[in-house]
Design a protein around this ligand. Structure first.
Ligand SMILES: Cc1cc2nc3c(=O)[nH]c(=O)nc-3n(C[C@H](O)[C@H](O)[C@H](O)COP(=O)(O)OP(=O)(O)OC[C@H]3O[C@@H](n4cnc5c(N)ncnc54)[C@H](O)[C@@H]3O)c2cc1C
Length: 407
């Protein structure tokens, strides 16, 4: 067994990379153990809200021109405006836009560029761990193990660390899937500084601008109800072309111009309501391991990155040899994160139910309300962006200067 005082982060997704960057930034030695040889971005399309951009910047990640800053609106499939997502001018100015559209591999490239190569240890799949009070022993499936003063479980929705720490949490199927792609062959009429989220009676058909390596493009996606036991459509691209037919020409053209190799499908699921307990002893969870979220939030990766930021902040001045101090810091981290992330998980689930699982007989009434009342404006146009951007204040100036008023 190797023994040292290095923090062990499990998983090299957005949560693990952010946690490692934050811990390094506050002077804590850290290693990431990843089951694959190298980090694998889970897909292509991504949008980030301002708190994640602030976190990335504070963690030393180059966020210059990282994506397309987009203004977002919700519309019906005939393009009638339902909600305008309000982000204050000062936030837009400070963080390069309300909603940043980017390609997921670009985020990984930039986060990895900010970490020394030796931080990442590939082909190390965690099998189990034991918290011995003054240290944790982490065991890998190849039979090797390490000792660490702190174990960060950032191992995603099927987290081994969470299962051992808190027990099994059943998977919650949303009976939805997302099919999405991207193209740099942008048709006239598509504004790559806009995110347009449209819903028909049964399908969401949306797009946002993206930037990658200085090129402007667009990513698009559909969300529709599906039976998780049913096979995927034979051709995702052909299926998307069909779905696009009930939406305006801009989306139809984007789909038509997309290379079928750039189209991916994801069944949507989470682990239900996140636990109130995110840490026990010297073990703590971050990212989808503790708050797997429907993409309706477009915030799962964002929350994961901000988790890492807060972990760095609470551990910045903590003596890792002092078990009580470590536990107290982790409780502070949990207190900052649990309500906000739980609310986001709940809201994302609720939106998926409302848009895709309302009984057919009630859909005309639902759509009348969405078209003619301020319901959606209040929820997704005003309340949700205000809650997300309130994180900017809680995050304080940087890792070493937390905001005074804490949750
Ligand atoms: C279709 C879709 C669209 C989305 N869009 C957005 C969006 O626009 N904005 C946004 O913010 N979020 C979005 N999300 C959510 C986002 O992708 C996730 O919330 C995010 O990837 C979670 O990051 P993570 O690091 O917690 O987990 P993951 O990205 O799942 O990473 C976990 C890592 O742990 C590793 N691992 C797992 N088990 C072990 C083990 N036992 N030992 C070692 N390593 C292990 C895995 O290989 C992986 O590298 C979207 C999700 C989907 C499906």
């Amino acid at each position: 067994m190797s023994t040292d005082e290095t923090i062990a982060v499990i998983g090299s997704g957005p949560a693990g990379l952010a946690a490692a960057l934050a811990l390094r930034a506050v002077g804590k030695p850290v290693k990431i153990y990843e089951r694959y040889a190298s980090p694998k971005p889970a897909g292509n399309i991504l949008n980030l809200w301002p708190p994640s951009i602030k976190a990335l910047e504070c963690l030393g990640v180059d966020v210059d021109d990282i994506g397309a800053p987009c203004e977002s609106t919700f519309r019906n499939h005939r393009d009638r405006l339902r909600a305008d997502v309000h982000i204050s001018e000062d936030v837009v100015r400070a963080y390069g836009g309300g909603f940043i559209g980017l390609l997921r591999p670009d985020l990984f490239t930039r986060m990895l560029a900010a970490l020394p190569d030796e931080t990442l240890v590939g082909e190390h799949e965690v099998a189990s761990f034991e918290d011995h009070g003054d240290h944790v022993e982490v065991r890998f499936i190849d039979g090797t193990s390490v000792r660490t003063p702190l174990l960060v479980g950032a191992d995603g929705i099927n987290s081994t660390v969470r299962r051992k720490l808190l027990g099994e949490a059943p998977m919650r199927e949303h009976n939805l899937h997302v099919i999405g792609g991207y193209t740099f062959d942008v048709p006239d009429g598509v504004d790559t500084r806009k995110a347009i989220i449209r819903h028909s009676r049964t399908v969401q058909g949306s797009y946002t601008g993206v930037r990658s390596d200085g090129r402007d493009g667009a990513e698009w996606w559909f969300v529709e109800a599906m039976d998780p036991a049913a096979p995927a459509p034979t051709s995702l691209h052909e299926h998307s072309i069909e779905l696009a037919k009930e939406f305006p020409a801009d989306l139809q053209q984007l789909v038509a111009r997309t290379d079928p190799a750039h189209v991916i499908r994801w069944p949507i699921r989470d682990r239900g309501v996140p636990p109130r307990e995110w840490a026990r002893g010297r073990v703590v969870l971050a990212g989808d391991a503790v708050h797997a979220t429907s993409p309706y939030a477009a915030y799962g990766a964002g929350m994961s990155i901000v988790d890492g930021y807060f972990l760095g902040q609470v551990l910045a001045t903590t003596d890792l040899s002092d078990t009580a101090a470590v536990e107290a810091a982790l409780q502070t981290y949990q207190a900052h994160r649990v309500d906000h992330c739980s609310d986001q998980v709940a809201q994302a689930y609720m939106l998926g139910r409302t848009f895709h699982h309302t009984p057919a007989i009630l859909r005309p009434i639902r759509d009348f309300m969405l078209d003619r009342t301020p319901f959606l404006q209040k929820q997704v146009g005003d309340k949700n962006p205000a809650e997300i951007n309130a994180q900017l204040g809680l995050m304080g100036r940087d890792l070493f200067h937390p905001a005074k008023a804490r949750a």
